[in-house]
Design a protein around this ligand. Structure first.
Ligand code: SF4
Length: 372
């Protein structure tokens, strides 16, 4: 089974008001030394993981496109030199409008990138401003068109619902406009106000839980009608365009994370890297690695995660696969919550398959808490 590679690029042009990712604005002077540090970390891991094969590479952030295609293509070349990378690997770069144009996209294509994830969030300029995004809806359109012209035929876009002052009509317009781009993949996320962000200190008129749930249902309905499959609770794709990289997380496949704050899970051990950029750079100078946390994932945790993450996917989980992986039947471990939620009509057990019924997805977090 091949593994996934995640590369974290923590630089952004400016910080969005809701963002609690490990990303920083105004640290451009760290970019060149940061990429040297990535090189050191790649080389250190390649010695430790010789024999592992990888078939996905994902540049996330931050805003990888803000660092520029040259840096990113340099990392891809280095990964190919140091690891066994499948020639048909899915290679994704997260981009934001206003940070890359046609030439940059062409360079990414030549460097081997074959999938883009472009942040749209909303098609309403007023909402984009209120989120602190650096772009307008027109900027997104220009960016998306440039990516298509450069030959990208596998593009994902991100949308957010449950935004301050958002009405169902606003959301409906955003969904229709988003469909007009005919992207291969769409991700939708509810706004979560995280502690420590500027949003957490502001008085926001957020839609209530019922309206937010209805917004999610509307998205499911609109995307289904347009031919997208909800293959995971927040992710919709045209047939064959599901994100291969993200599916690795949901299936508990191994993945290696490189960069500040990146997480890895390899052979049942979870690693986390230093989050601070300068500490990360310094640590790679001393040791090659920048790991600051390491824990063995217990069998109980692995079983919970298998169910928790697998049920978030529309196809659910295979009972025989559970038994093959863990040497116990799923009913032996989770019989009580499975019975409870199949009796309530939230879960359905059919042959070898356990999955959520359609109506259950929005309340899935409450249900899944019983499997932890
Ligand atoms: S562009 Fe993305 S990573 Fe950067 S601040 Fe905004 S939400 Fe955070």
């Amino acid at each position: 089974m091949s593994s996934g590679l995640y590369i974290h690029i923590p630089f952004c042009k400016s910080k969005c008001l809701y963002c609690d990712f490990n990303s920083f604005a105004g640290k451009d002077e760290c970019m060149a030394p940061y990429f040297c540090a990535l090189d050191r970390e790649v080389e250190a891991w390649s010695k430790r993981l010789s024999g592992k094969t990888f078939d996905t590479i994902y540049f996330g952030g931050g805003t990888p496109s803000y660092a520029g295609a040259d840096f990113l293509c340099g990392v891809i070349a280095l990964l190919k030199n140091n690891f066994d990378i499948d020639p048909n690997a899915e290679i994704t770069v997260e981009c934001n409008p206003g940070t890359i144009g046609f030439d940059g996209f062409q360079d990414l294509r030549q460097g081997g990138v074959n999938r883009l994830s472009i942040g749209l969030q909303s098609t309403d300029d007023k909402m984009l401003r209120s989120l602190g995004r650096i772009h307008t809806a027109d900027d997104f359109e220009t960016c998306f068109d440039a990516a298509r012209c450069a030959g990208f035929d596998n593009i994902s876009l991100d949308l957010m619902y449950g935004l301050p002052d958002m009405t169902m009509e606003d959301w409906g317009r955003t969904l229709e406009k988003a469909l007009s781009f005919d992207a291969e993949h769409i991700s939708v996320y509810a706004l979560k106000v995280e502690d420590g962000t500027p949003f957490s200190k502001m008085e926001l008129a957020l839609p209530n839980d019922d309206l937010t749930a209805d917004m999610y249902e509307r998205a499911v309905e609109v995307f289904r009608r347009a031919g997208y499959k909800r293959y995971e609770i927040s992710n919709f794709a045209k047939k064959g365009s599901e994100s291969r990289h993200n599916q690795k997380y949901w299936r508990l496949d191994d993945y290696l994370g490189i960069g500040a704050g990146a997480y890895s899970c390899i052979d049942g051990v979870r690693f986390s890297n230093e989050t601070d950029i300068l500490t990360y750079i310094e640590k790679t100078k001393q040791k090659g690695f920048a790991v600051c946390g390491e824990e063995v994932v217990s069998l109980d945790e692995q079983m919970s995660e298998f169910v928790f993450l697998g049920l978030r996917c529309e196809d659910g989980i295979s009972l025989s696969e559970f038994e093959k992986r863990f040497g116990r039947t799923i009913m032996d471990v989770f019989g009580a919550p499975i019975k409870k939620y199949t009796d309530y009509g939230f879960l359905v057990l059919e042959g070898d398959n356990l999955r959520f019924l359609d109506k259950s997805f929005f309340v899935s977090n409450r249900i899944l808490a019983d499997f932890v």
